[in-house]
Design a protein around this ligand. Structure first.
Ligand code: SF4
Length: 71
């Protein structure tokens, strides 16, 4: 299983809820926009999903797939 994670910088308002829920995955940049590990490890997926649900701006896109990355 692979995962891809992305924060939309146009939507993020730097509330940092995602960082509270998954500090190993998210970080806040100097511009107050969250950054995310683009391919979070599977052990963190539950934290990532909690962050997706908690984000008040729906700025986080998280997708998992059974196949590897498209070649
Ligand atoms: S919870 Fe959403 S709006 Fe807040 S910092 Fe994280 S991605 Fe940005």
């Amino acid at each position: 299983m692979n995962a891809s994670l992305w924060v939309d910088p146009g939507l993020c308002e730097g509330h940092a809820l995602c960082i509270e829920l998954a500090p190993e995955i998210f970080d806040l940049g100097d511009d107050d926009v969250a950054r995310a590990l683009p391919q979070p490890p599977e052990r963190s997926w539950e934290h990532v999903k909690a962050a997706v649900d908690a984000c008040p701006r729906q700025a986080i896109t998280f997708q998992t797939s059974a196949k590897g990355p498209q070649q």
